[in-house]
Design a protein around this ligand. Structure first.
Ligand SMILES: NC(=O)C1=CN([C@@H]2O[C@H](COP(=O)(O)OP(=O)(O)OC[C@H]3O[C@@H](n4cnc5c(N)ncnc54)[C@H](OP(=O)(O)O)[C@@H]3O)[C@@H](O)[C@H]2O)C=CC1
Ligand SMILES: O=C(O)C1=N[C@H](C(=O)O)C[C@H](O)C1
Length: 255
């Protein structure tokens, strides 16, 4: 039985992971980390801790859906107490991503900005389309619920990287995040990644390829947040006995 620790247990996704673990074979919840207290009741056999080291010692693998600064604390603690990590937190800074890469030298880490099968496939399709549709303008739009803190979404940035890579470009050099005023015509290589926020939208991503006379739009819509919690649990079962290294959701899904 794989014993899972949930980091970000009070959160929208964290709570669903705790529920979904109850219905999954060969894997169960053993510890949760909270900053203050857990805001719902839990089986008394589960360790609830405000100390990251104690939390890490109480599980075989961690699933993290929290905030960038919280994920950074987790990575720092895991460098002292190595543990397989499934990380879904988005909005990580360059420093935090470097810390994640450093940690993956001493433990297996699966980092995915989106745990769904659909988006994993979408990234492959976007890479292929960007490479094949020479001269088409690439634009990305994402829509999420009004509580989301980071923008653009981690998924949109990953899709942007897939598109840029299909064109042999570096996303950081070609990405724009807004248009306003007398800015002139669109440049050939730019890739816009735009964010909309409102209501309870779970997650919607559209990658458009626009040309004179035709366009293609590839779209993914998450209609349930359980898509992410179940994807993360599947990733944890896959990762737990792997060698140290940085793994992607495509590795787990063998896409
Ligand atoms: N990869 C994927 O498939 C997906 C990724 N996400 C990402 O996952 C993350 C969480 O999303 P969501 O569940 O909606 O967010 P929530 O805001 O609902 O939850 C965030 C959680 O992080 C905890 N937290 C905040 N600050 C700290 C801290 N300093 N130390 C420890 N814990 C902290 C909160 O605990 P507390 O209750 O104590 O405040 C809370 O439990 C986001 O980055 C989001 O973009 C979301 C969906 C899918
Ligand atoms: O915060 C969310 O809700 C989501 N975040 C992830 C992201 O930033 O891409 C994944 C998903 O779209 C939901």
């Amino acid at each position: 039985m794989t014993r899972v620790g949930v980091f970000g247990a009070n959160g929208r996704v964290g709570k669903l992971i705790i529920d979904d673990l109850k219905a999954t074979d060969n894997i169960s919840l053993s510890s949760v980390f909270v900053r203050n207290s857990l805001n719902f009741s839990i089986d008394p056999s589960v360790m609830v801790s405000t100390d990251i080291g104690t939390f890490l010692n109480g599980c075989d693998i961690v699933i993290d859906f929290s905030l960038p600064e919280a994920c950074e604390s987790l990575l720092e603690a895991a460098l002292k107490t190595p543990k397989p990590l499934v990380i879904g937190t988005t909005g990580l800074s360059v420093h935090q991503l470097n810390l994640l890469k450093q940690a993956s030298e001493s433990m297996p880490i699966l980092y995915a900005t989106n745990m769904s099968l659909g988006v994993a496939l979408l990234n492959k399709l976007v890479y292929q389309a960007a490479a094949a549709l020479e001269g088409f303008d690439i634009e990305i739009v994402e829509m999420h619920h009004k509580h989301k803190k980071d923008a653009p979404s981690g998924t949109a940035l990953t899709l942007g990287e897939s598109a840029a890579s299909g064109r042999g470009l570096d996303l950081d050099a070609v990405r724009i995040s807004g248009r306003d005023g007398n800015i002139g015509e669109r440049t050939k290589d730019e890739i816009a990644v735009m964010a909309l926020r409102g209501g309870d939208i779970v997650g919607r991503h559209t990658v458009g390829f626009y040309n004179e006379g035709e366009f293609i739009e590839l779209n993914h819509t998450a209609t349930s947040r359980n898509t992410f919690s179940k994807g993360a649990i599947r990733a944890a079962s896959w990762l737990v006995n792997k060698e140290p290294g940085l793994y992607s959701i495509s590795d787990c899904l063998e896409l």
